[in-house]
Design a protein. Structure first.
Length: 487
């Protein structure tokens, strides 16, 4: 797509165009959706967001032409479409090299475990000697470059450019997380995957999706983005939603491989300890054993998706076993730090299901008490807060309820909503200052106990109303331990 007319023709073929203004036909050099970065050679795509609508400032934006949902004030060419988010995605992946035609691509979706799955897949591919691009919640990396991530599923424009960069660096594979919100916002439309995995579904993002049906349907949209002949891996341990996902995938004519306690591939967790997990997969009648230093039996379900996807691309199971042995997990996912004077975990768990899985795992491994530090995020599903409190009460012996990222909400309202799920108040201490809550947890700790600091994981800041402060749970925990003279 060299000229604006090429864009109009492309969008017309995809059934998006509702109108156009084409006084002349400019040449395009790049695509932009941020007015601060636009220039006279850009095709600018106007987006109506929750807080700002760039349609309103189109007359001030330097651009060669516009894609918009409503008529804008400008003497430059524009095309009207029904949905500019979808248009941006379709144009971006087309304009920046149609990377999906050149990359063997894997994606994972689910409430929890996505980052582990896509990261392990990348590690397996790399050990096999192939270059792989990773787009995930924690890290985005090409063969020669990496940077911290800002979203689970990045914007379509960012991803298209990033994949194009990776191709130029020799990438042959791609491993990309797919969040329900990213899928809903059409950030992956226009891309196509060879392999996708459905890991699980538990409550999250009901502020956006309202109910489980809508949440499931958002994740099911990933099935629309699978190439003909692609494969869908489904974790049947995920219950009714997993079964429904498999049925839907088959109805769409896709090949489905199921796994878990039942399915095409049988998964058995043999051992869980502080040193990691040992599990087996029965594939085509043959049992293969896998050992990993990653903590938590539930992690085997996420890792199995990566193992099966990599194997389906022709990577040998012996090499995959080695990659699993070497895999140390993902930052902020049940990371354990222990010594004679402390023993704690940092985990990203911020949903009822994820929190329960982490607490059950640590309780199983602990000889003493489970001491929990956690909160709930602001501007998110309020209905899950009480459920998180219930999970905490069920499995934790001591609870320090604190701030997570309250954002624009009143922190104490969030805390009180979480606390409404905790009836045994003798277990509970409310300490809004997160650093102080971590400190009190370490003061409470005795040999044999385990402290879990949950909710923020890899995050580097804490977000309040209108401002952020530097805050990483692991770093703050060690800072507190130094102040206490424990290290």
């Amino acid at each position: 797509m060299e000229f604006f007319s090429d864009v109009v023709d492309f969008l017309t073929k995809n059934g998006l165009v509702t109108g156009r203004f084409l006084p002349y036909n400019p040449k395009l050099e790049e695509i932009c959706d941020d007015s601060r970065l636009s220039n006279e050679s850009c095709l600018f795509v106007c987006i109506k967001g929750t807080r700002f609508d760039s349609h309103s400032i189109a007359s001030t934006i330097p651009a060669a032409a516009f894609v918009c949902q409503k008529v804008v004030v400008t003497d430059r060419p524009f095309v009207l479409v029904e949905n500019t988010r979808l248009a941006l995605a379709l144009i971006s992946y087309e304009f920046y090299g149609r990377a999906y035609e050149k990359l063997k691509s894997f994606s994972a979706t689910g409430t929890k475990g996505k980052t582990t799955a896509v990261t392990l897949f990348k590690e397996i591919v790399s050990l096999a000697g192939e270059k792989c691009v990773l787009v995930s919640t924690v890290l985005n990396s090409t063969p020669l470059y990496s940077e911290p991530s800002e979203h689970t599923t990045q914007s379509s424009l960012y991803t298209a450019k990033f994949l194009n960069k990776a191709l130029k660096e020799g990438a042959k594979f791609a491993s990309i997380e797919a969040s329900s919100q990213g899928l809903d916002m059409k950030r992956l439309d226009g891309y196509r995957f060879d392999r996708v995995a459905f890991l699980n579904l538990s409550r999250d993002h009901f502020d956006t999706h309202v109910n489980f049906e809508n949440y499931f349907n958002a994740k099911a949209h990933l099935l629309d983005l699978v190439k003909p002949g692609g494969i869908v891996f489904v974790n049947l341990n995920g219950g009714k939603w997993a079964s429904k996902y498999a049925i839907l995938a088959r109805k769409k004519g896709l090949r489905v491989v199921t796994y878990g306690q039942r399915g095409n591939v049988i998964l058995r967790v043999l051992k869980e300890s502080d040193e990691g997990i040992i599990f087996t997969l029965k594939i085509d009648g043959v049992v293969y054993e896998f050992c990993s230093p990653v903590i938590g039996g539930f992690m085997a379900e996420n890792m199995t998706a990566s193992i099966l996807a990599a194997h389906s691309f022709g990577i040998g199971l012996e090499l995959i076993q080695k990659a699993v042995r070497n895999f140390k997990g993902v930052e902020g996912r049940l990371e354990r730090y222990s010594d004679e004077k402390y023993d704690f975990y940092v985990d990203f768990a911020h949903t009822p299901g994820a929190l329960e899985a982490v607490l059950k795992t640590v309780k199983k491994l602990s000889k003493g008490r489970v001491i929990l530090v956690f909160g709930a995020g602001g501007e998110a599903d309020r209905g899950k807060r009480r459920l998180m409190g219930k999970a905490a009460e069920r499995y934790a012996d001591v609870i320090f309820l604190t701030n997570d990222n309250p954002k624009s909400e009143d922190p104490m309202i969030i805390i009180n909503e979480v606390a409404s799920g905790i009836s045994k108040r003798s277990k509970l201490a409310v300490i809004p200052d997160r650093k102080e809550a971590i400190k009190q947890a370490f003061i409470e700790w005795e040999v044999g106990d385990r402290v879990i600091i949950a909710g923020k994981g890899h995050e580097k800041t804490q977000i309040f109303d209108g401002y952020e402060i530097p805050f990483n749970d692991k770093d703050v925990a060690f800072e507190v331990l130094r102040e206490m003279g424990k290290i």
